[in-house]
Every structure is written in structure tokens, then in C-alpha cells.
Design a binder for this molecule. Structure first.
Ligand code: PMP
Length: 369
């Protein structure tokens, strides 16, 4: 089937093999006579799906054994509240603000944390750069430090996570990795907790992934809802309440797809990283070399996943977007808060999709030269 290329920032394209497998199993999963959406989460069929998904994710992301994997609900926005409810211990929390999503996280934390301190911000650059960690003003005794490791709207990505200990902080690092999870390896030695919605790189919306170091469990504020208390969720293997079973199943199929991906002698997330690097490089090189298109992000802060770009003549935006749709290039419109265009190049986007977008952009540029 020849489907269009879908550049949505999320919910985003899912690998076709995953969709086909889910379609084939929709009415009858593995001869059980039930579809996955119709199964009890406590039955042996779903437990098998759940355990496989968790084990595959642990392997793919190389999650160490002293971290717990939680399958939750509520998305990144709920985690903006759930994290301070669990980790703030009524103390100061530090925020590194590098775009719309970390700014939103900081605002929500103000409801729960005793004090919210902005340790660094790149707002003065219009969120086109990353503040140098050497300049961050980290608080003494902070309960955690929050950053968004890939800012989906502004197209900013940490190429390396900061080593907080080397910067004089003994606080755990919390990362919102919603929009680049599974696109590159994670250095867990630098992370206390990572969270992300599934709807970009892992599967459909409705599932939220949390990976949390064990020593951070059990410190929730008294007001924390039980269903959002990480210790309660961990103790109950993500089944304190009914988990998002369909989302876990679809993410599980995506994990199996990821494990099959190969580049040279590496597989899984390492293979995806090679592809994602190449796709992003190809796209940035084209944009940087063109007369019509522009990306404003500092080269060392550029996201491999979400690439905002602008037409130097913005009066052509509508023509660009309708032409893109006619060429089978979907959802290229930029986020309303920044305007312009955005190409999201998640794992499910092949290099051929990037080439198709560039070919259209070249043709559009020539036509309007
Ligand atoms: N964080 C980041 C980095 C995001 O991209 C998004 C969604 N685009 C969110 C948080 C919010 O996720 P949700 O809508 O699933 O709550």
C-alpha cells in the first residue's frame, strides 16, 4: 500500500508493519478468540503481552535493573504534576527552560513544589539555543532538576545530558523525553527519572512511559493520588488501576519492530540513531543551503526529531502546505505558537520520506524563484 509520508509531531506515524500486524490480530489475538482491547488486564494473555513489552523496552533502552519501568496514563502534561507530587518533598525544584514544553512543566510544578527555581533559560534567544550547563545556577539541596531533552515545538535537543554531579548538584535529573524516546540511547547514569507520552515514537496516544530510579520511589506528598504515586504503580506492576492495554500492546509491537531494525552490525535503538542522524543531517543541509527556507536553531542545539523551518516569504505558506498535501506529504504545518513549518522525523519516517519532502521543497523553490 502506497501511503503518504506523515510528518506529524504527534500523534505521529506508526511503522506500517506494526499497523498491519495490529490489524491482522484485531479480532483474534494468537488464537485466544479475543482482540487485545477485549482482554482482562489480569488474564494470562495480556500479562504475556505486558511482560514482553516491558522486557523488550528494557533491552532496547538498556534500562539498568535499579530502574523501574511504569506504564501510566495522562501524558507528559499529567507528569508535569505527577513528578513534583512524587519527588519535590516540599523543597526547591530546579528548572532548565529551553522551550515551550519545559516552560509548561515549570508552570505546573509551581502548584506543588515549595519553590520553583529557574536554573537556566534560553528564552532570551527565542528558544533557539541551549544554555551552556557551565552557566546554570543550580540550587543547593534541590529535590530534582527538570529539563526537556527534546523540545518538540522549538526543535531543540540536548545532544548530551548534563552531568549534574560535575556541576555541583546532587539532585536527580528528571527528563521529559516524550519526543525523542527510542531515537537514541539514554545515559541512565545521568538520569533519575524519564517520562514521555507514547504518541510520537512508541505507539498511539494514551500510554505514558515512566522510567524511574528505585530510590526515588516512596517519597510522594500526602496529597498525591494513589494512581499517580510511583511506588504504588511500581508495586502493582502498573496495574493498580487498569492500564492502557491497547497502548501497551501497540508499543510492544513497536518495540519488536525496533529490535528488527539493523544498520551495519547494530540493531534497535543504536540502528535508529544512525538513521535519525542521517535523516536530520540531510534535511538541515538542504535547508541551510536553500534560498527560500530557514531554520533558526543554533547548530549544536538542533533536534534530530522535530525540525521547524520557515519560508523566507511567509505569504507563500498556504501554497506550500496545499502543494505538500497534493504531493502526499502530510501534517507539515508548524506549531501555531511559532508558525512556519515543521518536519517531524521520528523513527517511523524513512529516509525516502525525507527525500520526498526535499524534492517537493526544491520544486516549490524553483517554481517561486
Ligand atoms: N512534552 C513534550 C516534549 C511534548 O512534545 C508533549 C506533546 N507534544 C508533551 C510533553 C505533552 O504531552 P501530552 O499531550 O501527551 O500530555
Amino acid at each position: 500500500m502506497n501511503r503518504p509520508y506523515n510528518f506529524s509531531a504527534g500523534p505521529a506515524a506508526i511503522p506500517e508493519e506494526v499497523l498491519e500486524r495490529a490489524a491482522a490480530e484485531m479480532l483474534d489475538w494468537h488464537g485466544s478468540g479475543m482482540g487485545v482491547m477485549e482482554m482482562s488486564h489480569r488474564g494470562k494473555e495480556f500479562i504475556a503481552i505486558y511482560e514482553q513489552a516491558e522486557a523488550d523496552l528494557r533491552e532496547l533502552l538498556a534500562v539498568p535493573s535499579h530502574f523501574r519501568i511504569l506504564f501510566m496514563q495522562g501524558g507528559g502534561l499529567a507528569e508535569n504534576a505527577i513528578v513534583p507530587l512524587n519527588l519535590s518533598r516540599a523543597a526547591t525544584v530546579d528548572f532548565v527552560v529551553t522551550g515551550a514544553w519545559s516552560a509548561k512543566s515549570r508552570k505546573e510544578a509551581q502548584k506543588y513544589a515549595a519553590e520553583v527555581h529557574t536554573a537556566a533559560s534560553s528564552e532570551d534567544t527565542g528558544f533557539t539555543a541551549l544554555p551552556d550547563p557551565a552557566t546554570w545556577s543550580l540550587s543547593r539541596g534541590a529535590s530534582y532538576v527538570h529539563l526537556c531533552s527534546n523540545e518538540t515545538i522549538h526543535g531543540i535537543e540536548f545532544q548530551e545530558l548534563p552531568d549534574l554531579a560535575a556541576l555541583g548538584s546532587d539532585a536527580p535529573l528528571v527528563i521529559d523525553f516524550s519526543s525523542h524516546v527510542a531515537s537514541r540511547p539514554v545515559d541512565w547514569s545521568r538520569v533519575g527519572l524519564a517520562f514521555g507520552g507514547a504518541q510520537k515514537n512508541l505507539g498511539p496516544a494514551g500510554l505514558t512511559l515512566v522510567v524511574v530510579r528505585e530510590d526515588l520511589l516512596g517519597h510522594a506528598l500526602p496529597a498525591c493520588p494513589s494512581a499517580f504515586d510511583y511506588k504504588t504503580v511500581a508495586d502493582n506492576h502498573s496495574m493498580f488501576n487498569t492500564p492502557p492495554t491497547w497502548g501497551i500492546y501497540m508499543a510492544g509491537l513497536t518495540f519488536q519492530w525496533l529490535k528488527r531494525q539493523r544498520e551495519g552490525d547494530v540493531t534497535g535503538v543504536a540502528a535508529m540513531e544512525i538513521r535519525n542522524r542521517a535523516k536530520a543531517q540531510r534535511f538541515y543541509d538542504y535547508v541551510d543551503g536553500s534560498q527560500l527556507y530557514l531554520n533558526k536553531v543554533a547548530p549544536n542545539a538542533r533536534s534530530r526529531m522535530n525540525i521547524p523551518f520557515f519560508l523566507r516569504d511567509e505569504s507563500r505558506n498556504d501554497a506550500f502546505l496545499s502543494g505538500a498535501r497534493e504531493h502526499g506529504l502530510l501534517q507539515v504545518k508548524g506549531h501555531k505558537s511559532v508558525g512556519g513549518m515543521r518536519a517531524s522525523l521520528y523513527n517511523a519516517m524513512p529516509m525516502a520520506g525525507v527525500e520526498a519532502l526535499i524534492a517537493y521543497m526544491q520544486e516549490f523553490e524553483q517554481r517561486h524563484a
